[in-house]
Design a protein around this ligand. Structure first.
Ligand SMILES: Cc1ncc(COP(=O)(O)O)c(C=O)c1O
Length: 402
């Protein structure tokens, strides 16, 4: 029997439109570990300036060896979901280590932070609850709230990005709700900006709300020892719920987690649908992630190196007459304006041996297209200086002013 021809033709027409609109994404294939430099198929060696490998742990020998030891000890697969027979001792060890690291009583891992976020809201809210979310929150939070709303009929709202007055207004308007939940990213990934956590905590307490912070771009990144946004602001242990990824600074493989009170993590085991109906994190990934947490705890100097690299790179860009967004994170966006310019610059930089992604409308607002540079502790000063010279030269050729 042949495939449904109308289905395929419809998909092909959509793809053709994406290409015509110049928003079609092509994949670059890497043939070496994720590191400061990679071997890219058809390109040779390129400098990576758009990876979440913030601490350079993707190819850290102790992290890789732990994965190999994990696969030898536990095998390749979990064979089942957690509550049937798919929970391994390494899951418990990892969850204890993650909770200790981010300053909560307990944590629960998922195969991705996407899954962790998606599973969380619908598990904890009920009809009559109110959930409010920052306008620039990650797509996984947005979808999590949409799902929770459609399952539970809870009330939801979005507050203007970082606008605490708007948040307070929305909480006041919903003071009759059974419970109030506030969702925010710790670090906003397109801006590289940090949520105003102390004020958000105060607002949450004043309005009897639960604060949930997605620290995916902050775990291993912010704070003197990499414990995240709470450590950055000196409020470790005060956030109700933290979610994060293991796919960025913490080894960069895959996986995510929810961290918070023990009763919350128990509820996630009982009720969260990705826990109940989807296999657990593969043991080799859990073992690597555990080694990554232990590495970060033993090597705060790696976090310091990341902070210093980010500061150096921002300063060097400004000295070169470029306009990076101000900030304290290793996400350094350079606003170029038009989407076409951002995409063209990203292609020209690849020709120069630098892989950095250009983001344009609709991912970011019209007129604010950008090159989003991400600095790693694995970069050398020579790498960063090379990148600044190349970005300056490409910006000159595209006509981005000094
Ligand atoms: C803020 C935030 N939350 C969640 C995720 C999803 O992480 P994962 O790759 O573990 O699903 C990301 C990844 O881009 C993110 O930036």
């Amino acid at each position: 029997m042949s495939l449904n021809p109308k289905f395929v033709a419809g998909l092909e027409a959509t793809i053709a439109q994406l290409k015509a609109d110049r928003v079609y994404k092509t994949l670059n294939y890497l043939d070496s570990p994720q590191s400061a430099h990679v071997r890219m198929e058809g390109r040779g060696e390129v400098l990576i300036l758009s990876s979440n490998n913030y601490l350079g742990l993707c190819d850290e020998p102790s992290v890789m060896e732990a994965g190999i030891a994990g696969i030898r000890k536990y095998g390749a697969g979990t064979g089942s979901v957690r509550f049937i027979c798919g929970t391994f001792t390494v899951h418990r060890e990892l969850e204890q280590a993650l909770a200790r690291f981010v300053g909560t009583d307990a944590s629960m891992t998922y195969v991705s932070a996407w899954n962790a976020n998606e599973g969380l809201t619908a598990t904890v809210v009920e009809e009559g609850d109110f959930v409010v979310s920052d306008a620039l929150n990650h797509a996984s939070i947005i979808d999590s709230i949409r799902l929770a709303k459609s399952i539970t009929k809870c009330t939801t709202a979005v507050y203007k990005h970082g606008d605490l007055d708007d948040l307070v207004e929305k909480l006041k308007a919903n003071k009759a709700a059974k419970r109030r939940l506030v969702w925010t990213d710790g670090v906003f990934s397109m801006e590289g900006s940090i949520a105003k956590l102390p004020q958000l905590l105060q607002i949450a307490r004043d309005h009897d709300a639960v604060l949930i912070v997605d620290d995916s771009h902050a775990t291993g990144v912010l704070g003197a020892t990499g414990r995240g946004t709470a450590e950055h602001f000196g409020v470790l242990g005060e956030v109700d719920v933290i979610t994060s990824t293991l796919g960025k600074a913490v080894g960069g493989a895959a996986g995510g987690f929810v961290a918070g009170p023990a009763a919350l993590c128990d509820m996630l085991t009982q009720r969260s649908r990705p826990q109940l109906f989807s296999n657990a994190l593969p043991p080799t990934v859990a073992a690597s992630a555990l080694a990554a947490v232990q590495f970060i705890e033993a090597h705060p100097e790696r976090v310091t190196a990341l902070h210093e690299n980010a500061r150096f790179f921002r300063g060097a860009l400004v000295e070169a007459g470029l306009k990076p967004l101000d900030g304290d994170t290793p996400i350094v966006p350079i606003i170029v304006g038009e989407t076409a310019d951002a995409i063209r610059m990203s292609q020209m930089l690849l020709d120069e041996g630098i892989f950095v992604t250009g983001f344009g409308f609709p991912v970011v607002p019209q007129g604010t297209a950008r090159l989003r540079c991400q600095v790693s502790a694995a970069h050398t000063r020579t790498d960063l200086e090379f990148a600044v010279r190349a970005i300056r030269s490409v910006a000159d050729r595209v006509g981005i002013g000094r």
